[in-house]
Design a protein around this ligand. Sequence first.
Ligand code: PDD
Length: 287
Amino acid sequence: MTRIVYVNGAYKRYPEAAVHAEDRGFQFADAIYEVIEIRDGRLVDATRHLARLARSLRELDIPAPMSDAALMQVIGQVIRRNRVRDGIVYMQVTRGAGPRDFALPPVGTSPTIVVLARAQRKGWSAEQAEVGIAIKTIPDNRWGRCDIKTVMLLPAVLAKNEARSSGAKEAWFIDAHGNVTEGASSNAWIVTAAGSLVTHPLGAQILPGVTRATVIDAAKLEGLKVEERIFALDEAFRAREAFVTSATNIVMPVVRIDGRPVGDGKPGNFARRLRTRFHHVAEISAG
Ligand code: PDD
């Protein structure tokens, strides 16, 4: 349970943790966010997450609310005050509050920052990985800058909901050419018959996943071949294995896509191996 939330300089009790009614995050989704895994009371890949947070802010010209060192202090406090050992840190930065206006607010408007931590039962993800997940594909109707981690998540919310209604845990977005871009809240991967790991190249169409980057490091250390290239849904149907990566799922095997089994319909060895290696390769730091 989340007890304490950091909001704009103060640690608030959960029921009182609120932002202004005219916050631009609320009115325009003029905001960015990050999710970091907490494992055994420590942060996983914090440096990469904070670097992506800084990049998202730069791309949107939102001023950084504080230095990385100060933010790490706040994150540590939030983890301790909520006594989280395993779970996630969620942080969001918006362009701030002011009378509703599409044009950007005056220079000097303070950004809004919220940092919260939430416990998750240790082992839930490992148990899920034993059986894998099903995927439902959905046309990619998002905007042209999916590389920025904005809170403009309505297409992902609706896609995930459609996936859930059909018994799938995640949605994969399919572009106008029939290619898989990424998941609603994860990066998408397949393994070819020859044993290459394939994932969409970085660019405006996908989020540069932190887990994706660390899985690439892990794969290279394991001597596996990684191809960052476009792949069609048809290729995914014929893949030997498939999986998704995210800070919450780490490496999660995909066993069905649109009702069709992937490979033998069971979690595959590549996914299992990468999942096992992941936390040995990721940066683990004190919160
Ligand atoms: N989602 N692609 C999208 C669209 C995402 O929303 C996410 C993460 C990822 C994976 O990124 P990372 O490996 O850095 O977590 C890819 C987070 C977990 C969320 O929205 O909860």
